[in-house]
Design a binder for this molecule. Structure first.
Ligand code: GLN
Length: 196
């Protein structure tokens, strides 16, 4: 069985843990850097990306998170987690972890529509997936190695780049766990590959 960590500094942690357990994998809240050694994959949850970054720095997670990704272990960022994974953030000088070759725009769906739900088609995952968007970012541009797996009204809202997965919406907030299932499969495959 694979063990998946959810970075537990801030944000929607419990919901991700429940979703991972619902699809039959082990899930653990990551509060200390040392715990990264014990997991096969990691989720960066939604919340508030600038607050999360501040806590990442405060608790010494920045380099260890980058190393975790570079080691080939899968990372899935949702909403604020997606922002943390981008190489560029529109209107800002610096990005955060810079794991996925993409430019993101924060709060990209307008102030009047703070949150909404939409039915989405996600490549290899579902064609009727309810996406919950909460002050969500969108992806403006991606590099050649990045696969766009979901758009909503022409706006890119989910991508995959090798062992990295990211989405603008919150799959952990509904009972549809197909995206969590997909990530668990990515983690299983990476674990088998890293074992040889
Ligand atoms: N707007 C938030 C940010 O910029 C993200 C919102 C979310 O994670 N639901 O960090």
């Amino acid at each position: 069985m694979v063990k998946i960590g959810v970075l537990a500094l801030q944000g929607a942690v419990r919901e991700h843990i429940q979703a991972i357990e619902a699809v039959g994998a082990e899930a653990v809240a990551i509060k200390k850097v040392e715990q990264l050694q014990d997991i096969d994959g990691l989720i960066l949850p939604g919340g508030e990306s600038t607050t999360m970054r501040r806590l990442i720095d405060k608790y010494g997670f920045f380099e260890p998170l980058k190393k975790f990704g570079e080691s080939g272990k899968p990372i899935w960022g949702t909403c604020a987690g997606l922002i943390l994974m981008a190489t560029k953030i529109a209107g800002q000088e610096d990005a955060h972890l810079g794991l996925i070759d993409m430019t993101v725009e924060r709060n990209a769906f307008g102030r009047q529509v703070d949150s909404f739900e939409a039915s989405l088609t996600i490549t290899d995952i579902a064609d009727d997936f309810i996406g919950v968007f909460i002050r969500a970012p969108r992806i403006l541009e991606v590099g050649n190695d990045v696969e766009i797996i979901c758009k909503h009204h022409d706006k890119i809202v989910a991508v995959r780049q090798g062992h990295y997965l990211a989405c603008s919406f919150h799959p952990e907030l509904t009972d549809d766990h197909r995206m969590a299932q997909y990530f668990v499969k990515m983690v299983k495959e990476a674990k088998e590959k890293l074992a040889v």
